[in-house]
Design a protein around this ligand. Sequence first.
Ligand code: NAP
Length: 438
Amino acid sequence: MRHIAIIGSGPAGYYTAEAAQKHFGDDVRVDIFDRLPVPYGLIRTGVAPDHQSIKGVSRRYEKTALSQNVRFVGNVAVGTDVSIAQLQDLYDAVVLATGAPQDRDLGIPGEDLANCFGSAAFVGWYNGHPQFAGLAPDLSGNTAVVIGMGNVALDVARMLAKKGSEFDGSDIVGHALDALSASKIERIVLLGRRGPHQIMMTPKELGELGQLDHAAPHVDKGDLPDEAEDAILEPGLRKSVALLREFAATPEHIRAEKRIAIEFAFFVQPRALMGDGKVEAVEVEHTRLERGRAVGTGEVERLPADLVISCIGYRTAPIPGVPFDERQGRFANDDGRILPGLYCVGWAKRGPSGTIGTNKPDGFGIVEKIAADIASGSLGRGDKTGRDGFDALAAEKGLDVVTFRDWKKIEEAEAAAAREGSPREKFIDIEAMIRAAD
Ligand code: NAP
């Protein structure tokens, strides 16, 4: 029997568990750990609440979770409640699938001003992540500046632009629904340090900006390159750029019918966030492209900003005892191998890029490596104690482990508390989750 511990119950974790089941069948036991009492990681607290069809992938993970040889071990923080070394003593392989839950810093003055947030915090706020549920952004100002031109920037801009019934069917948490519906923001500026051909936005998500009840996207025609130049773009990006052209071609009187403007500001990089205690402006420098990179022109401008959300990517959280690549913001690894018996997968391995589905080949790939390492004899004789050993350790340490059955009780309570048309009202603090599980 081989024992695998997977740390993190998001997509990378569950695809790895599924792959381990397929590869080893009855000869494996898998424990999936999560620091929260609830599973699914990014699916629950990262994917936008109005993208329920994407969240539906959790049904596939549940199938894996309910099988005999896979177990959910919730409410256990690896690195503090148990160490990596302790897990390595108990399991043949430990796989870090912890994602990239920390915001990357902009590295400019003023980042600690009030009402400036990273996307991990802001997305966590509207998705009810216990760590960020208390964020309380002030939405009483006129202008929000969203830094970055990726899909997270789009999610954030869309959430800031939606009101009341536009959230129907979503699982946005009550506090965020109330705050966003009462928001006074009428100008949302998306800042891109490069141009329309360098956006990281996918067409389906970008197209949603054109379908909002109260907001319209504004693109300046003058920012767009000659249409003939679009021919060299890969098809997805070409579609996104075609949407920008559509937005730019919308007559002003049509755009003006919507109260909220979502403005695309290209070729500007933030240099400082300014304000007296609370953010009031973003100082930006205009840029031009040199061999694909944004280079400052020296021309500086101040944009008013009552709220700033930086959506420039994420970092993996380091774990004591695990080699970390500071520059890349993820575990130091050789295609998923960190140290003998210690692996990583998903964003913790390759950084924050790709779709949920990208984690599937990742999970299957890491299980092939584990199998190869078992075959070569580098993972020992198969005499680890696995879940029995962990249960003894958990009892000794007095850990309050939340099982998958407990999670189903939490899920039931969340469904029962849902407002009409919504799938759930999430618990936003860990104690409430545990009370529901009991
Ligand atoms: P991303 O796609 O890497 O976009 C990050 C953006 O931030 C880029 O426009 C980047 O510009 C900009 N940026 C980085 N550093 C900057 C700086 N110092 N100053 C100004 N701008 C800076 O990352 P993401 O939006 O966080 O998304 C992460 C992954 O999740 C992506 O693969 C995304 O597609 C995926 N995702 C998918 C969905 C969906 O499918 N619905 C939703 C959300 C996220 P440069 O290009 O110039 O570096």
